[in-house]
Design a protein around this ligand. Structure first.
Ligand SMILES: Cc1ncc(COP(=O)(O)O)c(C=O)c1O
Length: 436
């Protein structure tokens, strides 16, 4: 009998990944899950098994996998003009820039396109520094801003830093993390002390003037931490009094993710000076964008700055199509309605399972924080790992995050239905039961 056993495609991919990709590029699950194709809210492995996707490629595939309109736009553009660099204006880049000016709040009108959220944040920081003449940036603890030197210095989580901050002029404010309040206070009696603390931070840890405040409107990788309603009005007022600009990092929260609005910051009434975007902007095509007002954009001159692939015709066409689908299919409203239902269902789970310490989120960006003990709130990352395996076994894909690795993150495509949410929540319930 032959000793040779034919390897499956799944095994071949996993072996090659282990052999040729940096170990730092980690995969979910004890046995990683190569995926072959996707359609709508579903992904399929190489054995044809269907998974309900509750994480959408890290809250990126906002209109569902391989949406026919986005696919057609990419195909048409690829057959027409794939690349010119920004040395030549193209129709897709200007159409998209005009669209972004239309859907962003306030007077934001001019965009610098790149290929990732990291670069979008780099651009925003440089712009704030050039525009104000100050170098100092205030960032948030528990934040994640990307993987460049500036972005790792901005990020407020040790595991993502890898090295000491290389940018000395960044200071970190306490996170508006009510469940683990840095001041051990309770909202609303706290008076939003985390926002008020920015004053103290600036006058004690900076030269007293700052270039800007870069903050996610919901802290994504930090575990979908939702700041209290008053947080941004108070914090941004303090920043502006010290000469700084407000940069809203909407890389995770943009394009309808929070429900009922294009951008998370719109729920607060605060108008940012700069917004950074990526992920959901183009449903998976690599695109980053930094949008600002005309007067500020002008401060980026003189000087040369280019992104060869930034706003490529392909990515821009994908983005325009994806935004059009969000409009045509009413996905801002769907995210709000279905998100409310999801939140209610997750709060029911919290009643049932003691290991759930907190349920939080907005729209289709909802998190479950797992703890060993509800009193001490000791994080339970081991339970998160087990739940990842249990949900996968039930054909449900969820995300994980938080500084302590103890937060399940749920962020499906925005066109998911209530029935599909229920199906996923039932799989979650069965997974929690399996652990009991
Ligand atoms: C809020 C936020 N900002 C920036 C980034 C960096 O984006 P990218 O991975 O596209 O460089 C991320 C990525 O997860 C993010 O979540």
């Amino acid at each position: 009998m032959s000793e040779t056993i034919e390897k499956s495609q799944t095994e071949r991919i996993n072996e090659k990944h282990q052999k040729h990709i940096f170990n730092a590029v980690f995969n979910y699950y004890e046995t990683p899950l190569p995926l072959q194709r996707g359609r709508g809210v579903h992904l399929y492995d190489f054995d044809g098994r269907e998974y309900l996707d509750f994480f959408a490629g890290i809250v990126t595939v906002n209109v569902g996998h391989c949406h026919p309109k986005v696919t057609a736009a990419i195909q048409d553009q690829a057959a027409t003009l794939a690349h010119t660099s920004t040395l030549y204006p193209t129709a897709p880049i200007v159409e998209l820039a005009e669209k972004l000016a239309e859907i962003t709040p306030g007077d934001l009108n001019r965009t610098f396109f790149t290929t990732s959220g990291t670069e979008a944040n780099e651009t925003a920081v440089l712009l704030a520094q050039l525009a104000t003449g100050s170098q100092t940036i205030v960032a948030l603890r528990h934040s994640y801003s990307g993987r460049s030197s500036v972005a790792r210095s901005l990020s407020g989580q040790a595991p993502w830093k890898m090295q000491p901050n290389q940018i000395a002029s960044i200071v970190h404010a306490p996170a508006p993390y009510c469940y683990r309040c840095p001041f051990k206070l309770t909202y609303p009696e706290c008076g939003v002390a985390c926002a008020e603390d920015l004053e103290e931070l600036i006058v004690t840890s900076t030269p007293g003037v700052v270039a800007g405040f870069l903050a996610e409107t919901i802290l994504g990788a930090g575990g979908f931490i939702v700041p209290p309603q008053e947080y941004f009005p108070i914090a941004v007022d303090i920043i502006r009094r010290h000469g700084g600009l407000f940069i809203a990092d909407e890389v995770q929260t943009g394009f309808g993710r929070t429900g009922g609005a294009w951008f998370g910051i719109e729920h607060t009434g605060v108008e940012p000076d700069i917004i950074t975007m990526a992920k959901g902007i183009a449903n998976g095509a690599p695109l980053g964008a930094t949008i600002t007002r005309d007067d500020l954009a002008d401060r980026f001159n003189p000087g040369l700055s280019i992104s060869t692939f930034g706003g490529s015709p392909l990515a821009s066409a994908a983005s325009y199509a994806s935004i059009s689908v969000i409009e045509e299919e009413g996905l801002l409203d769907n995210a709000a309605q279905v998100g409310t239902h999801l939140s209610q269902r997750l709060n029911e789970l919290k009643e049932r399972f003691q290991v759930i310490g907190d349920v939080r989120g907005m729209g289709l960006m909802q998190a479950i924080e797992l703890v060993k003990n509800r009193e001490t709130k000791e994080p339970a990352p081991d339970v998160a790992v087990q739940l990842m395996e249990e949900t996968k076994a039930r054909s449900l894909l969820v995300g994980k995050g938080g500084l302590y690795g103890n937060v399940l993150r749920i962020g499906p495509p925005l066109n998911i239905t209530t029935d599909q949410i229920d199906q996923g929540v039932d799989a979650l319930i069965a997974s929690f039961e399996a652990l009991e």
